[in-house]
Design a protein around this ligand. Structure first.
Ligand SMILES: [Zn+2]
Length: 185
């Protein structure tokens, strides 16, 4: 998916998370966007190679230069989008650093959403370094701004629903129940 879609899904997960987590929506959004930080090396490299404005290649530049998926900079992206990387590196890091599991869950949402939204040679390798490509159905990464904003209404609506559910107390974590009880006393 595109970064806005990922961020909104992460914010929705943060909305559902316990209120004891400070800035939970922001943390969810940032964690959900973070796997694509590993795109920066391949974007920069292709941007320089194709003389793109501000070294930022447009989707056409990727389609015209499919060799980029064979370049080492693409490995960074493959690594950060691997469920093995998530299980063996990200989750142990989250647990050891005593970060909230929200980081790990929001990160995982990115990996799941990218499975259908990258197709052909741009597909995700979910068990990288084993090279099996999970063939997706469409290329959300190549969406233009109009498509990005149009499709972002879906996770935005889901976030709104989650917000309403929290407001109606349909989702109440034990920590929130105890606090509520303490306030009553
Ligand atoms: Zn991604």
């Amino acid at each position: 998916m595109d970064s806005l879609f990922h961020a909104l899904v992460g914010a929705m997960i943060g909305e559902i998370a316990p209120k004891s987590i400070k800035r939970r929506r922001l943390k969810g959004a940032l964690a959900a966007m973070s796997p694509d930080l590993m795109n920066i090396p391949s974007y920069l490299y292709l941007g320089i190679k194709t003389n793109s404005t501000l070294w930022y290649p447009q989707p056409d530049a990727f389609y015209q230069n499919p060799w980029i998926t064979e370049h080492w900079t693409w490995l960074c992206w493959n690594m950060s989008h691997s469920f093995l990387f998530w299980g063996l590196i990200i989750m142990p890091l989250v647990i050891r650093s005593k970060w909230t599991p929200l980081f790990g869950i929001a990160y995982l949402s990115h990996l799941i959403l990218d499975l259908p939204s990258h197709s052909g040679i741009w597909s995700v390798q979910p068990i990288w370094p084993y090279g099996w490509l999970a063939e997706g159905w469409f290329d959300a990464w190549a969406w233009n701004l109009r498509q990005i904003f149009t499709y972002s209404t879906l996770p935005a609506f889901c976030w709104f629903l989650a917000y309403r559910m929290r407001l109606q107390k349909w989702i109440v974590w034990p920590s929130e129940r105890q606090n509520a009880h303490a306030e009553v006393i």
